[in-house]
Write a protein that binds this ligand. Structure first.
Ligand SMILES: Cc1ncc(C[n+]2csc(CCOP(=O)(O)OP(=O)(O)O)c2C)c(N)n1
Ligand SMILES: [Mg+2]
Length: 449
């Protein structure tokens, strides 16, 4: 009985610290466990069928036959959608009933992203920028989720979520400045193209190593919960990144620490050349949620309204109940992985064409708008012309702008320059002076030395 009372004390102490709702749940569990212990001790003669497991963290019964759990115990998780492929609302009660103005704004962001992608992709092909990654086919996942958040919510992205930043109001000039690494780039030209970040728009700068953002997002959400800020964190990642060890760390920390966090997985079918059929054996990423004790949903990522509804509800509950959610948005990466990839080596043109022509988030939304008389052929033509002109103008401004001052390579790491960095800086300038003909310093900002 000493063990029983110390166990009760232990549970008592632990549950004192948790939230009220969790506390109520816990005390029910405590009564249950105490009852089980008492029942076992009072039974005479001993009956093994009445023995109950006491392992901490388990809520199961004993069984007396050997059986492995089937891997497909969670399988065929359904895909929530609001619109069909023709843009028709399937179940009117799920229609978010967004205003015409909001829907047009969705459409304009999705198509503007498309236009920006086309121009920056081509500019890489012409050797004007070093690298680029397009978002083709995934526009619905970006805009639907971004629209469901509060502007104060903090965003952690992977690298293929430029539409989220665009929806938050990041200007075309700053997208271009980042890709051109010019003097206006908020990252001071130190990052590869598409590694955007904006403190003003609560968008954390992209990291190249996959899954970096998941544990970081868990930490940020935990801090928000502790400060009772009424803010949520959203963390985007690809299904490929979900295979990284850091993904597990982020998911598990956020569940155990009960963080207001939305994990948003873009399942676009590929991790560079590796198709999902070679990435995992379970039912996608949503099937992993229950393993973490996390509420999860799978949505049609090409249906901007389904993404919007799921993210809005997850956001509401994440903040109200302090718990993380997992959204798996099914979509398709229509473009190559990046400008360093040629996807014709590992997938067929027919496969890509299907998604481009028959199951595209932009055309689906356009069908919806057309059916309501909100968008005509003329509107489309003039919007395409105007948006292309706006993107081209921003592109030309970015290209003409000076590069950042090379001194910036050495700043912001330490508050004061350290002796070894200073030595490297001196050595860089000696080198530049010696080989002047290779360094067109007049193209760099505020050069003084
Ligand atoms: C830790 C790490 N390993 C490998 C890479 C190389 N890499 C860059 S993107 C990528 C594929 C990621 O696929 P996914 O997460 O599905 O995102 P998607 O590109 O499909 O949007 C890989 C393997 C990396 N950046 N970081
Ligand atoms: Mg992927």
């Amino acid at each position: 009985m000493a063990a029983v009372s110390s166990m009760r004390k232990m549970y008592g102490l632990c549950f004192h610290a948790v939230r009220q709702t969790a506390g109520r749940k816990a005390s029910r569990l405590l009564q249950h466990r105490a009852f089980r212990v008492t029942a076992v001790h009072q039974q005479q003669p001993f009956d093994s069928s009445l023995e109950k497991p006491q392992f901490p963290g388990a809520s199961a019964e004993f069984v007396d036959h050997l059986e492995f759990i089937q891997p497909n115990v969670i399988s065929g998780i359904p895909i929530y959608r609001v619109m069909d492929r023709q843009g028709k609302i399937v179940n009117p009660s799920e229609d978010p009933q967004l205003s015409k103005e909001t829907v047009l704004n969705f459409y304009q962001n999705m198509t503007l992203l498309n236009t920006m992608d086309r121009i920056l992709y081509e500019s890489q092909r012409q050797g004007r920028i070093s690298f680029y990654m397009t978002n083709y086919g995934e526009e619905g996942t970006h805009v639907g989720s971004a629209a469901a958040l509060d502007p104060n919510d903090l965003v952690f992205g992977q690298y293929r979520e430029a539409g989220v930043l665009m929806y938050r109001g990041f200007p075309l000039d700053l997208f271009m400045a980042q890709c051109y690494a010019n003097a206006d780039d908020l990252g001071k030209g130190r990052q590869m193209p598409v590694h955007y970040g904006s403190r003003d728009l609560n968008f954390v700068t992209i990291s190249s190593p996959l899954a970096t953002q998941l544990p970081q997002a868990a930490g940020a959400a935990y801090a928000m919960k502790r400060e009772n800020l009424n803010r949520a964190v959203i963390c985007y990642f690809g299904e490929g990144a979900a295979s990284e060890g850091d993904a597990h760390a982020g998911l598990n920390f956020s569940a155990t620490l009960e963080c207001p966090l939305i994990f948003f997985c873009r399942n676009n079918g590929y991790a560079i050349s590796t198709p999902t059929s070679e990435q995992y054996r379970g039912d996608g990423i949503a099937a992993r949620g229950p393993g973490y004790g996390m509420l999860s949903i799978r949505v049609d990522g090409n249906d901007v309204f389904a993404v919007y509804n799921a993210t809005k509800e997850a956001r509401r509950r994440a903040v109200a109940e302090n718990q993380p959610f997992l959204i798996e948005a099914m979509t398709y990466r229509i473009g190559h992985h990046s400008t360093s990839d040629d996807s014709s080596a590992y997938r067929s043109v027919d496969e890509v064409n299907y998604w481009d022509k028959q199951d595209h988030p932009i055309s689906r939304l356009r069908h919806y708008m057309t059916a309501r008389g909100w968008w005509s052929e003329d509107d489309e033509r003039s919007w395409r012309k105007q948006s292309r002109k706006t993107v081209m103008e921003a592109f030309e401004r970015a290209e003409k702008r000076l590069k950042p001052n090379p001194e910036l390579l050495f700043t912001d790491v330490y508050q004061e320059m350290t002796p070894n960095l200073d030595k490297q800086r001196e050595s860089l300038w000696r080198h530049v002076q010696q080989y002047k003909e290779h360094y067109p310093l007049d193209l760099y900002d505020k050069y003084q030395h």
